[in-house]
Design a binder for this molecule. Sequence first.
Ligand SMILES: Cc1cc2nc3c(=O)[nH]c(=O)nc-3n(C[C@H](O)[C@H](O)[C@H](O)COP(=O)(O)OP(=O)(O)OC[C@H]3O[C@@H](n4cnc5c(N)ncnc54)[C@H](O)[C@@H]3O)c2cc1C
Length: 277
Amino acid sequence: MNLNSVTALRRPTSAAAIAEWRDGYAWLAGGTWLFSEPQPATDTLIDLDHLGWPALEASPGGLEIGATCRIAELYRLEAPRGWIAAPLIRGCCEALLASFKVWNAATVGGNICMSLPAGAIISLVVALEGRCTLWPRGGAPREVPAVDFVTDDHTNILKSGELLRKIQLPASSLVKRAALRRASLTKLGRSAALLIGTSGSGATGPAAHDHRRNPRPMQLWFDRIPSVEALRQTIDARIPADGYFADVHGSAAYKRHLTYQFAEQIRAELGRPGAGA
Ligand SMILES: Cc1cc2nc3c(=O)[nH]c(=O)nc-3n(C[C@H](O)[C@H](O)[C@H](O)COP(=O)(O)OP(=O)(O)OC[C@H]3O[C@@H](n4cnc5c(N)ncnc54)[C@H](O)[C@@H]3O)c2cc1C
């Protein structure tokens, strides 16, 4: 849609060119959300497209994802053979409600910064123990664990004018066994529930279950594959019955039910010797 309140578009070639920040400014990434509804509080868009950040850099240390990497580019990543958790990448890209435009224009950083409960890229970077590099205006860069980035529905830790620059996924997570379960009301629709489990080598390795049907991502850690009962107890201890996000995609009770169901499926899958992503 036309954004009638916007009167200026800036196209900096470096983030430092935007030294001052004021109300009315907004970073523009793929624009799929910005242009999907009126933005009365915004008068100036600052396009990230000309900053020239590399999209994807794979190295022995892991995968670095530039915030301006398109979700379609991430989907096409040819991961090194040893990264057996890499199928999670496609699984999470496919977990978005993506029209042709959203699929090709939306960015990884935009999805994370939107911080919606249905933000499947958030689930991905949290499950793979990512770290986010943030560039404040006029301050030193800071790094935060991805699990701490989103704090509530459409709310995150970014300060005024602060940029999400990149996300690093460590190789130690990409070589883990992984399992994903997802429910949506329609085949290609927005996720009502998305759970990911990863497991290190051997039954005593760490296992994490990332639950993304809460307003913010949840990470549960176990020092070995838990029993059915231990898994259920941990879920109940961390997430109260009314702590699930109720919306048009399902009631809190429905999402709680899916969580139990999927968590148990993931537990059983990762508990099987030799099971992989
Ligand atoms: C039809 C449709 C379906 C959608 N389905 C989903 C869905 O299933 N799940 C979901 O999560 N979202 C969905 N969305 C919302 C949105 O399109 C996605 O979240 C998308 O990934 C946003 O990315 P973008 O690059 O287009 O962000 P933009 O629209 O450009 O920006 C989104 C917000 O993030 C800020 N921002 C962007 N990049 C940065 C950065 N690097 N640093 C700091 N701030 C930044 C912008 O200022 C803006 O506030 C949907 C939208 C539409 C129109």
